[in-house]
Ligand binder design. Structure first.
Ligand SMILES: C[S@@+](CC[C@H](N)C(=O)[O-])C[C@H]1O[C@@H](n2cnc3c(N)ncnc32)[C@H](O)[C@@H]1O
Length: 250
């Protein structure tokens, strides 16, 4: 996968992209990236990338020309139209399904905004996806692009040592992941559940499945809205509902 990042602050990226799993993924050729400062595409001698909004109001707006020229300089070198992603708090809310979808692409372009926002014509004519990483406002799109890149690159086959570790992750199965424990079995009197020490893999799988469903049921019931449940899962949910009712009555 190749990723182009349009930003006014390229110096923000190497700390994240040149560390840990992303660094190894790049070294192994799973992806590479190119940082493009779209200030380099300005046509005026002051290299101005923003201007006052028509109609007045607070803040500065990114001008269309440097962003259009930067994206077009990428597209004219490629045969296939890349996904052009605009980081934007008004966009589609980012999630694991979108990360999985984007991890299958060969070429992504991220446009990181700053200041008050973008000239609307960038939205209308240049981008394939507008993405928000959550219902809050950042100073710029750079952190959002890094969050997205991290979550996408780790899904490229071969990037994680054990392929199963992405398959089991929270959200990938539609549920939050089950709890994990490591040595020692007893830490300050807190004991690892016996089943995990039993060596009985069928029992461990069932415990993990039940814990995973229970975590989702208690913390993120919204994730269960469109899920169809197995008879076993229905029975567990019934148990938890009865327990809640009993606790409320006592
Ligand atoms: C200060 S914000 C602009 C917010 C804009 N005035 C609005 O109300 O929608 C500057 C830039 O940060 C980025 N940004 C801020 N919050 C974001 C979020 N939740 N998700 C993705 N990008 C975000 C976008 O690139 C945005 O153009």
């Amino acid at each position: 996968m190749h990723i182009d990042i349009l930003t006014l602050f390229p110096e923000m990226f190497p700390g994240v992209l040149e560390s840990s799993i992303l660094k190894r993924a790049k070294e192994r050729g799973a992806f590479d990236y190119n940082l493009i400062n779209f200030r380099d595409f300005t046509e005026d001698k002051h290299h101005k990338v923003d201007d006052y909004p028509y109609g007045g109001g607070a803040g500065l707006v990114l001008k269309p020309q440097p962003v259009f020229d930067a994206v077009e300089s990428i597209i004219e070198k490629t045969e296939k139209q890349p996904r052009v992603i605009l980081l934007c708090p008004q966009g589609e809310r980012y999630n694991q399904a979108k990360a999985e979808e984007l991890s299958k692409e060969d070429h992504l372009v991220f446009i990181c905004g700053h200041y008050e926002g973008y000239d609307e014509r960038i939205r209308e004519a240049l981008v394939t996806d507008e993405i928000s990483i959550g219902d809050f406002v950042l100073t710029g799109g750079e952190l959002g692009a890094m969050v997205m890149m991290d979550s996408i690159v780790r899904l490229i086959p071969g990037v994680l040592g054990n392929e199963d570790s992405a398959v089991q992750d929270s959200f990938s199965t539609g549920l939050l992941e089950h709890p994990h424990y490591t040595r020692p079995a007893n830490f300050r009197g807190m004991q690892v559940p016996d089943v995990l020490l039993s060596g009985n893999h069928a029992a461990i799988d069932e415990w993990r499945h039940k814990e995973s469903l229970h975590r989702t049921y208690s913390r993120r019931p919204d994730l269960l809205t469109n899920r169809s449940f197995s008879p076993q899962e229905e029975q567990w949910i019934e148990e938890w509902e009865k327990k809640i009712q009993k606790d409320e009555e006592s």
